[in-house]
Write a protein that binds this ligand. Sequence first.
Ligand SMILES: NC(=O)c1ccc[n+]([C@@H]2O[C@H](COP(=O)([O-])OP(=O)(O)OC[C@H]3O[C@@H](n4cnc5c(N)ncnc54)[C@H](O)[C@@H]3O)[C@@H](O)[C@H]2O)c1
Length: 324
Amino acid sequence: MKLEEIHEISVLGAGIMGHGIAQSFLMGGYPVWLYDIQESILGTAKERIEKNLELFYRAGLVRKEDIDLALNRLSTTADLKRAIEGSDFIVEAAPEDLPLKQDLFQRVESLCGKDTIMATNTSSLTLKDIGAGVKRKERLVITHWFNPPHIVPTVEVVKGEGTSEETMQTAYGLLMKIRKVPVKIYKELPGFLVNRIQVAMAREVFDLYERGVASAADIDKAVKGSFGFRLASIGPLLTADLGGLDLWFKVCANLLPHIQSSTDPPEVLQRLVSQGNFGIKSGKGFYDYAVDFSKTELDGTIQRRDQEFLDRLKHLYWDKKIEE
Ligand SMILES: NC(=O)c1ccc[n+]([C@@H]2O[C@H](COP(=O)([O-])OP(=O)(O)OC[C@H]3O[C@@H](n4cnc5c(N)ncnc54)[C@H](O)[C@@H]3O)[C@@H](O)[C@H]2O)c1
């Protein structure tokens, strides 16, 4: 399937990721069928998309009239056949459960067109496993989005054993067309690319916290104001080139023996999780949250975060402010 043959999109699963992925395609001008096994979630997803489009408008990223145009392109259904029968590109964002995804992909193949591209948003499973029962594996691909998917620009496009080059190119081109920032990944390693880097950093951060080297607030402040500040504009390899590879060689030689390298889950996470401290949702994590931290406050916190992300998206990635 070529990019110009793609006219309709389906998103399977309308949870945290699915509704945001659907919004990105709607904003990109595509009609979208959003499917979930629960009718009630489809209603919530539509409300969330409406609210998020309003935030995009307030940030100057879409025009007022684009909100209605996008919403008019959205159809929701709990009927899988209806969701995918006319679709050219399907993104699966159902729970991270192998038998569930395997079953879904087999049913999808029996109901969709023979050339329809079938993408999965899996974080940790392989295409080989998810697509075990799929006959035409050349049209399978991983498109791995980051939360919140309607805002974070990068999407990893990962090739599986059977994925054709045409499927890779089409998925990549489609994501470019809807103004995402796709990257092609030709080796299907666990964690793909971004999560491997993120976990490597997190292991050291959790260890520094556990050893009492600095407070949680100071660790976050230090990272945000130093390499976090730089990384939004220049990547780690360009940073290394600018700093000088001879210097990086010495820094690596001196520091790497002292950097945490355990392959067990970090001790601090083991302790916090065993105490029932899961972060904001339980009222305590690395920070304390008010005991009565309500759903409204949580929504407010997420809205403020998204507002800041949207300002950055506009500044760093959106070509120019869309005029009224
Ligand atoms: N949450 C993240 O930060 C994140 C980031 C990247 C990738 N992912 C991946 O995206 C996928 C979805 O994650 P999520 O966080 O959106 O999950 P979620 O639990 O918020 O949403 C999953 C949705 O799928 C629906 N569902 C259940 N069974 C289904 C089925 N058989 N067919 C279709 N829909 C079904 C559920 O009702 C739910 O609405 C997972 O594979 C996850 O690993 C998540």
